[in-house]
Write a protein that binds this ligand. Sequence first.
Ligand code: PLP
Length: 429
Amino acid sequence: MESNMIRLIGILLGIVVLVGVVMSGSYLFDTQGRKYIDGVSSLWVTVHGHGRREITDAIFRQAARLDHSTMLGLANVPAVELAEKLVGIAPKGLDKVFYSDNGSTAVEIAVKMSYQYWQNTGSPRKTVICHLENSYHGDTLGSVSIGGIDLFHKVYRKLIFKTHRVAFPDCYRDMRAFEAVDAFEAFLKKEHSRVASLVLEPIVQGAAGMLMWPAGVLKCFEEVCRKYDVFLICDEVATGFGRTGKMFACEHEDVHPDFLCMAKGLSGGVLPLAATLTTRRVYEGFKFPYQDMKAFFHGHTYTGNPIACAAALANLEIFRKDKTLGGVRSRAKYLSRGLKRFWDIAHVGDIRQRGLMVGIELVKDRMSKEPFPWQDGVGVRVCQRARDYGVILRPLGNVIVLMPPLSISKREIDDLLDALERSIQDSIA
Ligand code: PLP
């Protein structure tokens, strides 16, 4: 009787578990059990697919050992181990790690440190933070201050701090990116004694619509910053952890920033965790006797949470074991071949791809690049329709974003592209 009861409970539990599975690999399931390809990696975070066993196991193990302890005045083992690993994979010279818990804070920390460094070290006039037009660095007020997308940022103009916004083109409609770097250099020539740092999204301006830079632009920005002793902050929140085919996008141009900000894919896309990496030079700029009051007074409650750090360690181990970066490059090629047929759709104005980051811009007229009026909600319509075909997408205006998990299979890529093609055809008559 008792064993029957146990069996019954087991069966019931089994059913509950089955119904309770709402993710697996590239898929998400809704409450009715319908299956969808996660075409945007749950807002650009999922790396090795959903429910990856090694990561969930690491989380369980760590939760049973130490759930949380503050990083203010203490450290914890996973946070220390992860810091070592991050220094190992980051571009050379970035050997100090400061944790936080989302992309906006990772960038704000870099901005604050770049500013305070000059205050601490005898250049108090270097207070100006530069950022690019079309940039997006998050939604908190500090990151909104360095945002360059009027739709998201303009309304807060009176709340935010003053910056220098560097004129920079939308590289689909205007290719004069190198001229923009020249103009920035001319600005620095006159004003560098007032400038603390330049913050940018290397190679791909994601939220602006997956705008991709011509090769060499990033390197030129680095050279100009070096020449005038202005810190370069690379926001790799979106591009980091293999998205573009390298671990970090700045590696494509052998760029060594003074600050590198990471979040999203850091924990494999499973738990909120972020880190700001910087150099020994910057670190030394904060090492003064306590009485000087020059410390970096910034600490979030969940900074360096051990469970999130354990997830991140498991994430990096999978990168090694699965040779994820090589896989991204071959999947990217496959995806690129599949995307070619989208040029046959008259309203596809541009197809931009870097690794497994893709933006397909839908336009009213391909020749003139005239956009669809935003009121038509073309991007939203396409993505809504894609749900009917079993794919979850999220547009940026009229740009359809494809950012599948790095582990997506070729068959899933085919399904994703078939669904998207039909969705576009259904939505734009
Ligand atoms: N920086 C970049 C380049 C991003 O794309 C994002 C988010 O999309 C952020 C910062 C903000 O990250 P979070 O939403 O985790 O604050």
